[in-house]
Every structure is written in structure tokens, then in C-alpha cells.
Design a protein. Structure first.
Length: 486
């Protein structure tokens, strides 16, 4: 039986390792941290969550719920860890980051078929030596490894910019100016809501759109096919934090020799200052949307609202939902304290920006996540073109199972198109290669109902229920026949 080598200890890598080991395979899991860090990570822990602590909606018959239900039925180890480390978050699954990472680490350490190596992998095998490789090194893949992948595939990487939301010390929130509520009263009232008057909102927007942004370093620039080379920045990613929160230290990454460029942001994770520049009311219809957040003191919706979500089980820190940004730390300190209730807030972490890199999956990958020209190498996680924590874990789950089938001498069967997992994989491997962008799981990716049934059933919720029912049935059937022998 062939052995499996997995590169990357984020979300997809550990899930793939645990899946493959559970299916009887010998697995080596390589992670470069702490020998070398990235622009976004702060620890060397497995499954560190850097942008948010949310694994999205648990509302029945929603697309994120469906994806997680499929994963639970496939015994997703990271979802087990997430469920066991959940914190209150209304109708979403949010976790205590530290406990989540600790539980994932424990699962890996307790699995005798997994060998952990703290090492940087800089090259990929051009030919198989009896080993199946899963590359799950994430959106901040080191420059030497990214260059090796580029040389192996003969294709250039795409890139977009992603940002990290700020975290505030709960004890410094003025609750006399805030209230607890869940949007439309869905789930429990686990979010702290900071309401704005029109005058407060206008002043906030004025300050936000005039704020000074971070100057992009060379490592942040979008690479071109002829300009992929390692380069280390000598400066910190951000300006000095007035509250003592530590900026990340840049690691080697893809760069380009161009001196000017335009950042290309992923539409699903725009920095708030970019959103604000698109129109004065844009934030009020985005992360500051007040609809469904009735203030119990007035009985009305506020003009705008910032929501804070619990970070950990101790409830001693909260993150600003959807408030990722790329402003200088000093500017963030000034502007974020204009939010009602945060006038005297202490920020444990400020927003940061980092480049998110992914391959052109439609050109390179099969539906079993294998490189078309090098089928002994699989790509999983955000590097493959899925976007989001849950999606990355799902990708790792599939890669681990596909690799296990290959290790046992069988060609893996793709996940069913009717399922959420199959639809997400189908998208990244069949999208228009010239316009390819990472994707979250949505109902738009699933197969639609037949036209006659759509005409008969006008209610969208009922349509979604039927789609979920069909997806889970197809997924269960696939699981029953796709298991590799242990």
C-alpha cells in the first residue's frame, strides 16, 4: 500500500490526514510553522483560525448547513472538534479558537498512523515514488513551494487579497450603549449590537473613507507568470500597534518586481474601507446592516449597526463581524472607537491584510482533486480554489478519502454532483478558467430542481429543503460504496 504525504497543518491538511489514517493509511503530515511563519498566522498550532471563528450557518436547509451535514455523515474530525468547542453565536457555528486547535492537535497526536514533521517542504515530487502527496499549504504557501508548484503545472497563480477582522477586549465594551440580539431573533441573542444614529454613521463613514491605509509591500503584490521568486520583507506588515497587539512577521512569499499595482479583493471578504468607497450607504446594506436588529430600548431598528461575536468560551473577547480592513493600526484605534460602545475599547488584535493565493483549478484539477498531469498529487483547501473555513475542511475531507483510495490501489469516485461537496468540487474543476474566482458553498452551485417542479413549488425554502433532501440521499449512497478497506 502506498504512503500518503500531506503538506500543510491548517484546516484541510489535518482533516485529510485524519481521514486517510482512519481508512488504514500511513500518513506523514508536514507543517513549516514554527520554523517559518506566514503574514497572518500567530501560532504554530494545527488548524489555527486567523480571520474569524465562525464556520457559518447551522440553520436547517441552508447551503452551509447542508455542507456540514454531509461532512458530519462522513465523520469529519475537524467538525467534531468544532462542535465540541462551540461558543454561542446565534444560528451559526462559531468556536473557541484555542480549544478548537487543541482538540485538533489531540486527535492527530492520538492517531498512531500519523507522523508529524515540523519542516518546510520546498519542492514537489515530479514523479511518484510510491507516495501520494496532498498539497494543503493554504493561501499563504511559501514562495519556494509555490514556485515548485508553478514549475510543475506550467501555469501561473491567481491572487486576491483577504483581510482579518479586529478583536476587542470584552471588559472594555460599554454595554450601556449596546444591546444583545440575534438578527430576526434567529437563535439566541448572542451578538452584541452597537447601534448608530444617522449622525454617528455619517461621521464614521467620513473618517473611514479618509483613513490612511497600509502601503502594500512587495510580498503582497499580485504575481505574474514570469515573476515568481522568493523575497523577504525587512519590515513588519503593519505599523506599530498603540495597544500592544503584535503584527505578524512577513514570511517568504510570491512577489513581483512591479512597483505599482491594483489590489484585487475577493468580493466575499472586502475590507470595510473598500466597501465604504463604493457608496455612502453600502456598509448599511452590508456588515452594518440594521435590518432585523430591533433595539429593545427603542423598539426600532437603528440607522446602522456593528455586531460583535464571541471569540471564546470565556467570553472575554469579541470580534467585529465583517470588519476586516487594511488600515494602519493608529487609524484603526481612532476610527473603531467611533463605534458606539467602543469609545474606550482595548483591541487585542487589529485588522490585517494578506494576499490569498490559489491555483487555476479548472485548468489543473480533476473532480478527485488530482493534478491532471501529475495524478499522484492532490490539491486541497483554499489553495484549490474553495473559499471559507468550512469549505476548506470539506476539501480536506474529500482529498483524504481520495488519497486513501489511491493508496489502496483504487481510482477514487468523485463526490456526487447532487451533493454540496460534489457541487463545490464541480464548480472549482469546471468553472470558466479565464474568469475563475474562489467560491463559498451556495445553492447557486447545486443542481437546480427540474423546471416543472420549480413551477409547481414557488416557495424558495421548500425548494431548498428538497435540494437538501436529494443531496443527503446522494451523499449517503456515495459514502456507502466509496469507503476504502481499512
Amino acid at each position: 500500500m502506498k504512503k500518503i504525504h500531506i503538506i500543510g497543518g491548517g484546516l484541510a491538511g489535518p482533516e485529510a490526514a485524519l481521514q486517510a489514517a482512519a481508512l488504514g493509511c500511513e500518513v506523514t503530515l508536514s507543517e513549516m510553522r514554527p520554523l517559518r511563519s506566514t503574514e497572518a498566522h500567530q501560532t504554530s498550532d494545527f488548524a489555527e483560525l486567523v480571520c474569524s471563528n465562525s464556520l457559518k450557518s447551522e440553520s436547517e436547509n441552508s447551503a452551509p448547513w447542508l455542507l456540514k451535514q454531509e461532512m458530519r455523515r462522513a465523520n469529519s474530525f475537524l467538525l467534531q472538534a468544532a462542535d465540541a468547542s462551540a461558543v454561542p453565536a446565534g444560528h451559526a457555528l462559531a468556536v473557541d479558537r484555542e480549544i478548537f486547535s487543541q482538540r485538533v492537535a489531540a486527535l492527530i497526536e492520538q492517531q498512531p498512523r500519523i507522523t508529524i514533521r515540523r519542516e518546510e517542504i520546498s519542492t514537489l515530487p515530479t514523479q511518484t515514488d510510491g507516495t501520494i502527496t496532498i498539497l494543503a499549504s493554504g493561501p499563504l504557501t511559501s514562495s519556494p513551494l509555490a514556485q515548485s508548484l508553478q514549475q510543475l503545472t506550467g501555469a501561473s497563480h491567481l491572487a486576491f487579497y483577504d483581510s482579518i477582522s479586529p478583536i476587542v477586549d470584552a471588559s472594555t465594551i460599554d454595554m450601556s450603549r449596546c444591546y444583545l440580539a440575534a438578527r430576526w431573533d434567529k437563535g439566541t441573542a448572542d451578538y452584541i449590537n452597537c447601534p448608530f444614529t444617522r449622525e454617528e454613521y455619517d461621521a464614521f463613514i467620513d473618517a473611514l473613507t479618509a483613513a490612511e491605509k497600509i502601503e502594500h509591500k512587495s510580498w503582497e503584490q499580485i504575481p505574474t507568470s514570469n515573476a515568481c521568486h522568493p523575497e523577504r520583507s525587512s519590515e513588519a506588515t503593519q505599523s506599530k500597534d498603540p495597544d500592544g497587539a503584535q503584527p505578524s512577521t512577513p514570511a517568504e512569499n510570491l512577489s513581483t518586481t512591479s512597483s505599482s499595482f491594483t489590489p484585487s479583493y475577493f468580493e466575499g471578504c472586502l475590507p470595510i474601507e473598500e466597501t465604504a468607497r463604493r457608496g455612502r450607504d453600502t456598509l448599511r446594506f452590508g456588515p452594518m446592516k440594521p435590518a432585523g436588529l430591533t433595539d429593545p430600548r427603542t423598539g426600532r431598528w437603528p440607522y446602522a449597526c456593528v455586531q460583535l461575536r464571541q471569540e471564546n468560551l470565556r467570553a472575554d473577547s469579541y470580534n467585529l463581524v465583517g470588519f476586516q480592513n487594511s488600515l494602519r493600526f493608529g487609524e484603526q484605534a481612532r476610527i473603531l472607537r467611533m463605534i458606539p460602545g467602543l469609545e474606550n475599547a482595548k483591541f487585542l488584535r487589529y485588522g490585517q491584510i494578506h494576499r490569498n493565493t490559489y491555483i487555476n483549478a479548472p485548468s489543473l484539477l480533476t473532480e478527485t482533486l488530482q493534478l491532471k498531469q501529475h495524478p499522484h498529487i492532490l490539491i486541497a483547501g483554499q489553495l484549490s480554489g474553495v473559499e471559507g473555513y468550512t469549505e476548506s475542511i470539506a476539501s480536506g475531507l474529500l482529498a483524504g478519502r481520495f488519497a486513501a483510495a489511491l493508496a489502496h490501489g483504487r481510482q477514487p469516485e468523485p463526490a456526487p454532483r447532487l451533493s454540496a461537496n460534489g457541487s463545490l468540487t464541480h464548480y472549482i474543476t469546471h468553472a470558466d478558467a479565464k474568469r475563475f474566482q474562489p467560491a463559498n458553498i451556495t445553492f447557486d452551485l447545486l443542481l437546480p430542481l427540474e423546471e416543472e417542479l420549480r413551477k409547481k413549488i414557488r416557495d424558495k425554502k421548500e425548494r431548498h429543503r428538497i435540494q437538501c433532501e436529494r443531496a443527503l440521499a446522494a451523499w449517503d449512497a456515495w459514502l456507502a460504496k466509496s469507503l476504502a478497506p481499512a
